[in-house]
Design a protein. Sequence first.
Length: 183
Amino acid sequence: MKSEKEKMLAGELYFSGDQSLVDDRLMARMLTSEYNGTRAIEEEEREEILKRLIVVKGDAKIQPPFHCDYGYNIEVGENFYANFSCTILDVNRVIIGDNVMFGPNVQVYTATHPLDPKERIKGLESSKPITIGDNVWIGGGAIILPGVTIGKNTTIGAGSVVTKDIPKNVLAGGNPCKIIKEL
């Protein structure tokens, strides 16, 4: 029998109130609170907290405040930068490539809920992973929805709502986000 965490990462319906998941979220809240409470001059301390929270494969800078559900499902490549107020709901994997930049208030959501209200009332959720390729720029206020892949060398315009995959080497924007031109 699968644990609720295994179901969560498999994209199946799972119970988010499972005690081990509640404990994991509490740990992430404690680390993000500690991270967000650091002063600008405490860069080394901030980096250490970030490495305890998420998988950092290189140099990563995230301007506080930063919020996530678990942290351990987030993997960032070399030279990652997120401006103020980044939120990543990482109930599934969020893989971010090298040289990726997020403007302020970027939101990345892997979490989704059943459309059937009877299922939602039971506290059941599901999730879909998100992948962001190398050399991507996500403009401020953009929202990336569950299951989306954004190809390398792509720019997502500010305020966009990305509801489906966006290919490599394009400028895309709008709500819903659509390709504007090839780069």
